[in-house]
Design a protein around this ligand. Structure first.
Ligand code: NAD
Length: 361
């Protein structure tokens, strides 16, 4: 498949032209909230394999027929574009990415990139062969809290780290089984949610995970088909240990989406909470030194954040502005930890995390 040609004018003077694949629940939210703030992009067509979903999106967005397709191949042939944003479910991420890359289009794909490192690697290698951008939307990175924590830890503000604790708690409020799709998700905690926290753990500490032990702790009232709650022990490079407790069925007070983090170091500790529903304003980072009370630190301001910040990096990378923070390759370490955690939950054993090479981004 070959994509429709872009005229020189379309790259020099206009915004980066993107096709959007997958207009379900989260894809719709991208249209409402993530794409509009990014002035560098123009979403020139939408694609959904499910005709009724496509038509519902078309109506909501008020788009003409020639901007709406049930296949990426058709869309790419008909509409000149430079990139594709993929918000289909995980199992389709790599197949759709390969389809797009083979059409000469750059790709930005939702998390989790893929269920296995081996599958993710096929897309990474194809993008590298073709010289195209392949980016993963790890949107939790692009909030002021994690950005500040990364900076504080890299500057040695609390000295050598000894341990990181992460708590994530939500409650599904006993939604009915018939209508709440999340109950049927594969690995709803480890693949759907903890992947965000795994990625933040790598980002903030700058270290890769080397092993993981996952013990599922589902209570009797969980309606999830697979794990809704688990306790994990993650060992990172240099012997740093992370204790992770995550639950979709907790009756304790809910955390924000980032969860609650404590990074303990030789000279003090850093706490992080954030990724609330009000945007960056919910982020909070505190530093406590030498046994003192933890004080809130000033966080950077961001004009766009979350998915929009990643999308802006995508548009700039396409136009030669440097690699985005999260490339397909740099995301392999997060996929490797996710894959090993799921393996450990099934085997009941400590599982090694595949070492994917490269540097932690
Ligand atoms: N980053 C976040 O915070 C966050 C939050 C929610 C969901 N997500 C991710 O977004 C993705 C989509 O989730 P969702 O809840 O919207 O799923 P969904 O099932 O509601 O929607 C997916 C849509 O993709 C379409 N689709 C599937 N295969 C396709 C193909 N080959 N070509 C075209 N369209 C295709 C389906 O018809 C469906 O309409 C998942 O990867 C999920 O993990 C991320």
């Amino acid at each position: 498949m070959v994509a429709a040609d872009i005229t020189p004018d379309q790259t020099k003077t206009s915004r980066t032209r993107i096709l959007h694949v997958g207009l379900g629940g989260w894809g719709g939210d991208w249209e409402r909230n993530a794409i509009p703030p990014v002035t560098e992009v123009d979403r020139v067509a939408i694609v959904d394999a499910h005709e009724p979903t496509l038509r519902a999106a078309q109506e909501k967005l008020g788009l003409p027929d020639d901007m709406c397709f049930t296949s990426l191949t058709e869309a790419a042939k008909a509409v000149p574009a430079e990139g594709v944003v993929v918000t289909a479910p995980m199992d389709f991420h790599v197949p759709v990415a390969l389809e797009a890359l083979d059409a000469g289009l750059h790709v930005l794909v939702e998390k989790p990139f893929a269920g296995t490192v081996a599958e993710a690697r096929t897309a990474v290698e194809r993008a590298e062969e073709l010289g195209l951008v392949l980016q993963v939307s790890q949107n939790y990175r692009f909030y002021p809290g994690p950005q500040k924590v990364r900076e504080l830890l890299a500057a040695g503000t609390v000295g050598d780290l000894s341990v990181v604790h992460v708590d994530f708690r939500r409650w599904d409020h006993d939604a009915p089984v018939e209508t709440y799709r999340h109950y049927q998700f594969p690995h709803p905690l480890i693949y759907d949610m903890a992947i965000h926290h795994f990625d933040l753990l790598r980002m903030t500490t700058g270290r890769e995970a080397v092993s993981v032990y996952a013990k599922v702790t589902d209570p009797s009232w969980s309606k999830y088909t697979e794990e809704a709650a688990a306790v994990l022990v993650i060992e990172l490079e240099g012997g740093l240990v992370c204790s992770y407790r995550g639950s979709w069925v907790s009756r304790a007070p809910e955390t924000h989406w980032d969860g609650e983090w404590v990074f303990e170091g030789q000279d003090g500790y850093v706490t992080l909470a954030g990724r609330g529903n009000s945007g960056p304003a919910d982020d909070e980072v505190r530093v406590g030194l030498a046994g003192g009370v933890a004080e809130a630190v000033q966080l950077p301001t961001m004009d766009v954040w979350g998915r929009s910040a990643g999308l802006r990096q995508f548009a700039r990378a396409i136009r030669g502005g440097g690699a985005p923070d999260v490339t397909g390759r740099s995301n392999l370490g997060s996929v490797a930890l996710m894959e090993a955690a799921a393996r450990s939950a099934a085997s009941g054993k400590v599982e090694p995390v595949e070492q994917v090479g490269g540097t932690v981004a």
